[in-house]
Design a protein around this ligand. Sequence first.
Ligand code: 2HA
Ligand code: ZN
Length: 269
Amino acid sequence: MESILKNRPALEHAVWQAAEVAGYLWQKGWAERNGGNITLNITEYVDDEIRALPAISEPIAIGMHLPMLKGCYFYCKGTQKRMRDLARWPMDNGSIIRILDDCEHYEIIADNPVMPTSEAPAHLSVHNYLLEKGSPCRASLHTHPIELIALTHNKAFLEKDVATRTLWSMIPETKAFCPRGLGIIPYELPGSVMLAEATIRELDDYDVVMWEKHGVFAVDVDIMSAFDQVDVLNKSALIYVAAKSMGFEPDGMSDEQMAEMTRAFNLPK
Ligand code: 2HA
Ligand code: ZN
C-alpha cells in the first residue's frame, strides 16, 4: 500500500517534523524505552480522498465524549513504540486515526494498523479542549526532560510559579520564548483521567505543564514549537544544576532585570 504521505507535502512535513522531534528527544535522553508521546491534529491537511479511506482497524473506544473532535484526524505515536524508532520510521511507529461521528470512537486509517498510545484518550481530550477555546495549538508533546523532572523532587519547586521564576531568571531568553512559564501538577497516576483533567485545567494558564516526578506536557502550534518550549525550560534547569554543582546557589536575574526584559519584549507579566 502507498503511504498516505505520498503527494501530500504539507501532511508529510507535519509527520516528518514529529520524526525530527522524536530524534531530538532520544538524543537528549528524554525518551528512554517507549517514554513520551506525540499527537498532531492534522485535520487541516485532510482531503476528500483521505476522508474516503476505509478503516484498517475496528472502532476503538476513547472512553469519553469529545464533541469538538467530530471529523478530526490525528497522527499518534503507537503504543509501546520508541521515539528513536519513530525518528526514522514515523509511519511504522505511529498511525493516522479518524474520530468517528459519535465522538466516542476512532479508527485507524493509515499507513498500518499501529495501535495508538494508551495515553491517546488524554491527548485527545486536550485537543478537544484546545479546539473548544479556539486555540491555534495543534500539537501535543509528552516527554521526560531529566533536569526539569529532578526539580520536582524538591517540594519548594512545587509551589505555584516558584520553578517558573527560577527558570526564567537563569537566562533572559527563557521568559521570551516560554512567556507563560511552567505549570505544576501534583503527582497523579500516569494515564489517569485525573491527570488529564488537571492538565487541561493548567493549560488555561500555561503552555507547558509539569507532571510531578514524571515529565512535561506541552502544546503549541506545531510539534517543533512545543519541543522548543520544553528545550528552553530544560536549558534553564541545566544552568541551575551547573551552578549548584559548582557549589553555589545561582543569583538569577534581578527583579529589575526581569521587569526590564518583560517591558522590552512586550511579554505578559
Ligand atoms: O507513553 O511516557 O507516561 C509513554 C509515557 C507515559
Ligand atoms: Zn511519561
